[in-house]
Design a protein around this ligand. Structure first.
Ligand code: BV8
Length: 227
């Protein structure tokens, strides 16, 4: 059975990471334009680096651990009869730390940096500082997070579209369905005659496009359906 799972910030909420649109969300303190666009980075690279460094340090401080939802998806991947494609909008590494081995980070990864000139990507020693010299010898002060900002092309879209065209079941977990092209994946899966399930605390902006809905916390709901 071919299953495609799309996760959003809601799957990491119970691990202690902020989502974007909750009252105390990431974009309460900073607008999207300020910290999640190339223009915002050009205008104020220091602010953007501080925004990502703070998230990286929170992720690396040991208190943030994968939760039962991440672990259930890793166990699902290991089952022989399941061909799982796990796509995440999240830039944290909680799926990998839960044991998932094939994760598509369509919006990039907090733990990596990119050289704006060579586009070379490599593990990042945070925080951004002068000694993080990129191997293509670009001065570290212009390194940028390996993250897809608004207006930039998400990663591995061809692989994602291929998996959506072949899947039997599409499941969205913990995403508000507000950002495209990810929010459009349910429609693509439906057009491929896949069954569709939304697992979320509240209805997403595309909830009407799902056949089935499970309302509740990811750490409670995902293990129920994954086992
Ligand atoms: C692109 C990385 C060209 C950075 C992110 C008008 C219409 C349609 C599209 C557009 C438009 N104008 C512009 C666009 C395109 C734009 C877009 O969609 N804009 C929006 C604002 C309308 N998109 C882009 O620019 C994308 N690129 O379009 O390129 C292209 C592409 C394809 C083909 C041709 C051309 C690039 C977008 C990437 C932006 N980067 N993140 C970072 O992380 O800092 S976006 C960021 O927000 C996330 O990555 C995610 O994608 C998005 C939504 O966040 P969620 O994960 O859903 O989190 P949120 O807080 O919103 O919701 C959490 C949910 O969890 C809630 O529903 C909550 O109820 C639930 N929840 C909470 N706790 C729990 C829970 N559920 C279960 N259990 C819990 N415990």
């Amino acid at each position: 059975m071919k299953i495609v799972v799309l996760t959003g910030a809601g799957i990491s909420a119970e691990s202690g990471l902020k989502t974007f649109r909750a009252e105390d969300g990431l974009w309460e303190q900073h607008s999207i334009e300020e910290v999640a666009t190339p223009e915002g980075y050009e205008r104020n690279p220091r602010l953007v680096r501080e925004f990502y460094n703070a998230r990286w340090q929170q992720l690396g401080n040991g208190q943030v651990q994968p939760n039962a939802a991440h672990r259930a998806l890793a166990e699902l991947e290991a089952r022989e009869e399941i061909d799982l494609t796990l796509i995440t909008q999240n830039i944290d590494n909680l799926h990998e730390r839960a044991g998932s081995r094939r994760v598509i980070h369509m919006h990039g990864e907090l733990a990596k940096a990119r050289c704006p000139r060579s586009q070379q990507v490599f593990p990042m020693v945070m925080p951004f500082s002068a000694d993080n010299c990129c191997t293509c010898c670009i001065p570290a002060e212009i390194l940028r997070p390996h993250v897809v900002w608004f207006g930039e092309m998400p990663l591995q879209l061809n692989q994602i579209y291929q998996s959506l065209s072949e899947c039997d079941l599409f499941v969205a977990i913990g995403t508000s369905g507000t950002v495209y092209p990810a929010a459009g994946f349910v429609d693509m899966a439906s057009q491929s005659h896949a069954q569709t399930l939304e697992i979320n605390l509240e209805p997403s902006e595309v909830q009407s496009q799902f056949q089935y809905h499970l309302r509740g916390k990811a750490s409670e709901m995902v293990p129920k359906v994954a086992h």
